[in-house]
Design a protein around this ligand. Structure first.
Ligand code: F6R
Length: 592
């Protein structure tokens, strides 16, 4: 949550900060702001509620002097409503800062400062952090020592980018449990939540570790460890190119990312022989798959596959619950952590708990160098490329594809391998091209208030993800149910024309699912039936039928999900929703 950016260098800082904030906007978009120091050494703070375009409008309507250093922030509110007062940067005395994370003990610190007559103007934890650093700075003039001394009192998570008013050539930064990278270029340097903000200018970056401190000027970056010794900078090279952060002619990033799936999945299955074939997850006595949201739904697919094909018990756990319960881990438990961003706070905390309890941890992550990838015993990257749309698409399917790859060596079925190696063609030629059919379904459901997704087995897991996709981008209430469970209560909500999206791809339970679909039809449901070419239905128990290619059970979710993503996409488009940035959400959930 929240994106932070800092720039110091030869170019106009305002423009560089705006560029960076636009790239980071997916991390939060309820308000934003920048602080710059102009050529007369004046500090100027400009803030706005709403999207970065509104901040840009405000900046363009202000007189701004030449400036070469500044910090900026795009916010996803945690403490205090989204307004200009609560927006970052915050200022107190000699200190101006932006923050990503949560200072959990801010009330305590605030009370301490109030005793010292410090006044507060906002509802944020960040203002308290700013005031506390300023308070320490009044006693400890060494800036790095001051930051260390202040932040050691902060509980929670933070990535901080700080300017001291008496040092107008330097940005200071530190972090704990929230991401922060430093972009390295000639005559200019950056501080940012991720590399996208500066990739247009440089692909060289330093990953700041927890409790490290950075001093960043135009032509120098010095990193200190927690003992305040200067440490060697390791310069990384980002493989993602700037063009991957563009819409490339698509109306939305979400649409672009849906259409990138054939290539992303093909790349994963191409890696099977060299990378995944020798990973043996069957040696563990039990497996926990821990994740949040869509990643957790990918875990549900993993559970079906691992239990069915490897006969190993699998618990799929929601990370925010896992971290606070008595997790029953033994020394033969494998904990698989799924996270596109690699920064989700709950998932990261769950990973730490699994490690404390001596489980072997395997992370499946998209963002290279992210916190989860660095903490896990082993990491498999999905290499899906940057995912900008807040609703995950290729991030999810790439997690499913890696989970599939981890069971393939035990199945050793050439037909399935061939099918997976041909997944790009199947998706491109027989799924993603059914645009008119997706639009037709979207036209039928976009003005409804409630929609149900039903399916059994692996189709139920797919329904969970289809339902989340629909509700998060179209704001239509939707629920996913195991088809056989509906009659135990929820069927009372089915009335005339209630849309029921029913999925049946598994021949072992096909007939059972059809019976459940008929039960909803008998109560007036408008049934959208999604099945495969394998099944010839003469019986008319549905209103619309979408027929997808026949695949093995192992690949079926990879075929069905892109169809559900596109139905959600066109439904949200019919409703004129902000598809890439749904309300109240943010891409990288770095708060609890
Ligand atoms: C939904 C969505 C979220 C994420 C969840 C976990 O479209 O994107 O539910 O899946 O917040 O995020 P990661 O995978 O980054 O840990």
């Amino acid at each position: 949550m929240c994106g932070i950016i800092g720039y110091v260098g030869k170019q106009n800082a305002t423009n560089m900060l705006l560029h960076g904030l636009k790239k980071l906007e997916y991390r939060g978009y309820d308000s934003s702001g920048i602080a710059i120091i102009d050529s007369y050494n004046n500090f100027q703070i400009i803030k706005s509620i709403g999207k970065i375009s509104e901040l840009e409008f405000k900046i363009n309507n202000n007189t701004i002097q030449k400036n070469n250093i500044g910090i900026g922030h795009t916010r996803w509110a945690t403490h205090g409503i989204p307004n200009e007062v609560n927006a970052h940067p915050h200022e107190c005395g000699d200190v101006i800062l932006v923050h990503n994370g949560i200072i959990e003990n801010y009330i305590e610190i605030k009370q301490e400062l109030e005793k010292e007559n410090v006044e507060f103007y906002t509802q944020t934890d960040t203002e308290v952090a700013c005031a506390y650093i300023n308070f320490i700075y009044s006693k400890e003039k060494d800036k790095i020592k001051c930051i260390k001394e202040a932040t050691k009192h902060f509980k929670g998570s933070y990535a901080l980018s700080i300017i001291f008013k008496d040092d107008i050539n330097t940005i200071y930064a530190t972090r704990l449990n929230s991401p922060l990278v430093i972009g390295i270029s000639k005559d200019e340097n950056f501080v940012s939540s991720d590399v996208s903000a500066f990739l247009k200018f440089t692909n060289k970056y330093i990953l700041l570790n927890h409790l490290e401190y950075a001093k960043v000027s135009k032509d120098n970056v010095t990193i200190y460890n927690d003992n305040l010794e200067i440490i060697q900078n390791t310069i990384n090279i980002a493989n993602w190119s700037e063009s991957e952060y563009e819409k490339s002619g698509y109306d939305h990033f979400m649409l672009k990312e849906i259409y990138e799936q054939p290539k992303v999945l093909k790349n994963i299955f191409n890696r099977y022989e060299n990378e995944f074939k020798d990973i043996d997850i069957s040696k563990y006595s039990n497996i926990h798959i821990v994740a949040c949201g869509s990643a957790m739904h990918a875990g549900l697919i993993g559970k079906y596959l691992i239990e069915n094909y490897l006969n190993i018990p699998v618990n799929v756990e929601i990370a925010s619950e896992y971290r606070y319960k008595n997790t029953l881990i033994n020394n033969n438990t494998l904990v698989i952590i799924l996270s596109q961003s690699g920064e989700t706070a709950d998932t990261l905390a769950a990973l730490k708990i699994a490690k404390e309890k001596n489980a072997t941890t395997l992370a499946i992550v998209n963002v290279v160098g992210s916190s989860i990838s660095r903490e896990a015993d082993k990491t498999i990257y999905t290499y899906a490329g940057p995912e900008i749309a807040v609703a995950t698409t290729k991030g999810y399917t790439s997690q499913v594809a890696i989970l599939i790859s981890l069971i393939l060596n035990k199945i050793n079925d050439q037909k399935v391998l061939n099918e997976l190696n041909n997944i790009d063609n199947i998706l491109t030629n027989s799924v993603l091209n059914k645009i008119e059919e997706f639009k037709d379904i979207a036209d039928k459901i976009y003005n409804k208030n409630d929609i149900f997704f039903i399916g059994r087995g692996i189709d139920y897991a797919t329904c969970m993800e289809g339902s989340l996709k629909l509700k998060e981008i179209s704001y239509i209430h939707s629920e996913a149910y195991p088809a056989g469970e509906l009659k135990h209560g929820t069927i009372s909500l089915i009335e005339d024309f209630t849309p029921v999206i029913a999925i049946a791809t598994d021949k072992n339970i096909y007939e059972k699912t059809i019976s459940n679909i008929k039960e909803t039809k008998a109560r007036g449901a408008y049934v959208i039936f999604i099945t495969t070419e394998e099944f010839d239905t003469t019986d008319k128990f549905y209103d619309i039928k979408l027929v997808l290619p026949k695949t093995s059970n192992i690949s079926s979710s990879l075929i069905v999900i892109p169809a559900l993503q596109l139905i959600s996409y066109y439904t949200a488009k019919n409703k004129n929703c902000d598809i890439d940035k749904p309300k109240n959400l943010a891409k990288s959930v770095t708060v609890e």
